[in-house]
Design a protein around this ligand. Structure first.
Ligand code: ADP
Ligand code: MG
Length: 466
């Protein structure tokens, strides 16, 4: 097979995996060989290879076979494949800004900086590691990522504003920084201003105090791209909202791109004026969903190389990353923190990183991430499983077909929650704790003898804990 065939296959792959995945994961691949049924590709990093192998190797193999190549296996090795271009402006952006100037990425920074005369106003720093290259894309964030990419191309404004929202630690700030980095690299002539809503307010108040409100207005109206992070912050702050609204409108009128983030949807931000809410909804509103297991694992895989390099010689047992991805479901920041702590702890005590060590060193994080299961959820699932009414599970009926499921629910409540027997009793229609104890024992006995029941209980356990 020739590189031409690979070229055609790649075209097909765009349709299969989507443009976005294609650009991120397929385009950088370099076909380095095809023999004995093995297609070999060069990839930029180990993580990259792992990810493509996990997610796209079936597609690649399938498409190669369709194109007439006999391929049983696809292999990835780190080679000279092109690394996605490192925006050179990113380094510049990460450097401390001169005193007070806001983070305006422009050759004409000095003239813009004039507005920020108050020497003590902190400017918004871009974080150099928050790039698209370091952003792992999965189902929960693919739309937000695609929208951010689009804006970062710096083409004509197609939606305004881009409104990104989602829970804490899901990557909003990361994506906004990535847009800024990318724009600086692609369109250095654009003036890109990134700051938090809090900084916006701070600068505004400062300008009022120093009677430089005209300078303030001029600064904010002269940028090409305005990005305001965590806009929920200005809710309830009346004059800041007012000023923000005017700035926003002025920029939209000039067809300048605006990117906003918040911890919730525009309509759900309390104490935000209605006219601002509706303005914010005018463009494209996309949310970052809570992470799923695959995304968390992808993020861990992306970060672990860094620590492996930093702590050379530390052994990491297989399964540890999977364990973390499974158990730490709160947010990405906590996940990253856990990984960092794990390496630091292991190197300190000189032990390999295994599940025991993870459990020991992360017990606090693991506890808070543990799913809090309510007794009602248990009762509901059990009722559903045995096809009886929830009210019967709680009620007084003694029929075997109801009493048995009720005892199963008691058993599960005892084993899957930390509630005491009297508490459980109260939630089962005010039964005595001895009744609960009896029910739990009964199920334990029966499970030893009755395989069907044992299976039912296992299944319910799994359903409830997933
Ligand atoms: P938010 O602003 O939504 O609270 P951040 O953008 O600050 O969250 O993200 C928190 C941390 O998690 C950052 O260190 C960021 O790099 C990391 N992170 C979040 N999502 C991803 C992702 N998809 N890929 C890689 N790192 C991520
Ligand atoms: Mg943030």
């Amino acid at each position: 097979m020739t590189n031409d065939t690979w070229g055609q296959v790649r075209e097909e792959l765009i349709k299969r995996v989507g443009r976005n995945n294609y650009t991120t994961w397929i385009e950088p691949l370099r076909l380095s060989g095809l023999s004995n049924g093995v297609a070999r590709f060069e990839v930029p990093t180990t993580f990259f290879g792992d990810w493509v192998s996990r997610n796209f190797s079936d597609h690649i193999r399938g498409q190669l076979s369709e194109a007439g190549a006999t391929v049983d296996r696809v292999e990835f090795a780190v080679g000279s494949a092109r690394k996605p271009a490192q925006p050179k402006a990113a380094a510049k952006a990460a450097a401390p800004v001169d005193g007070s100037a806001p983070k305006v990425a422009t050759p004409r920074k000095a003239s813009l900086g004039r507005a920020g005369q108050g020497e003590d106003i902190p400017g918004a720093q871009l974080e150099s590691r928050f790039t698209f290259e370091n952003f792992v894309v999965g189902k929960p964030n693919e739309l937000a990522h695609a929208a951010a990419r689009r804006v970062a191309e710096g083409g004509p404004v197609t939606f305004n504003p881009l409104f990104l929202y989602g829970g804490v630690g899901l990557g909003k700030t990361h994506l906004m920084n990535a847009i800024a980095h990318e724009l600086q690299a692609r369109r250095p002539e654009l003036r890109v201003l990134y700051l938090s809503a809090e900084q916006f307010m701070y600068r505004f108040v400062q300008a009022l105090r120093e009677r430089q409100i005209m300078d303030f207005k001029e600064l904010f109206r002269s940028v090409d791209v305005l990005m305001v992070d965590d806009v929920q912050f200005i809710a309830g702050k009346d004059s800041t909202q007012e000023e923000f609204f005017h700035t926003f409108n002025a920029l939209v009128d000039q067809h300048k791109q605006i990117v906003i983030s918040a911890d919730r949807a525009p309509g759900e931000i309390k104490d935000l004026e209605d006219r601002i809410k509706s303005r914010l909804q005018c463009g494209l509103v996309v949310d970052l969903h809570p992470t799923d297991y695959e995304l968390r694992l992808g993020i861990l895989l992306a970060k672990v190389d860094h620590y492996r390099n930093q702590y050379r010689g530390l052994v990491m047992q297989p399964g540890v990353l999977e364990f973390l991805a499974h158990r730490i479901t709160t947010n990405v920041r906590v996940l990253e923190g856990a990984l960092m702590r794990l390496f630091a702890f292991a190197s300190l005590v000189g032990r390999p990183i295994d599940l025991d060590l993870a459990q020991e060193c992360l017990s606090d994080i693991l506890r808070t991430s543990e799913k809090r299961l309510s007794i009602e959820e248990i009762q509901r699932k059990v009722a559903e499983h045995y096809n009886v009414r929830l009210s019967d599970i709680i009620g007084p009926k003694r029929l075997r077909t109801i009493a048995r499921p009720r005892q199963v629910a008691m058993y599960l409540s005892k084993h899957l929650t930390s509630r005491s027997l009297p508490e459980i009793g109260r939630r089962f229609g005010g039964r005595d704790h001895t009744t609960i104890m009896h029910g739990v024992r009964k199920i334990e006995e029966l499970m030893a003898a009755d395989n069907q029941l044992a299976d039912d209980v296992q299944l319910l356990k799994r359903l409830l804990q997933s």
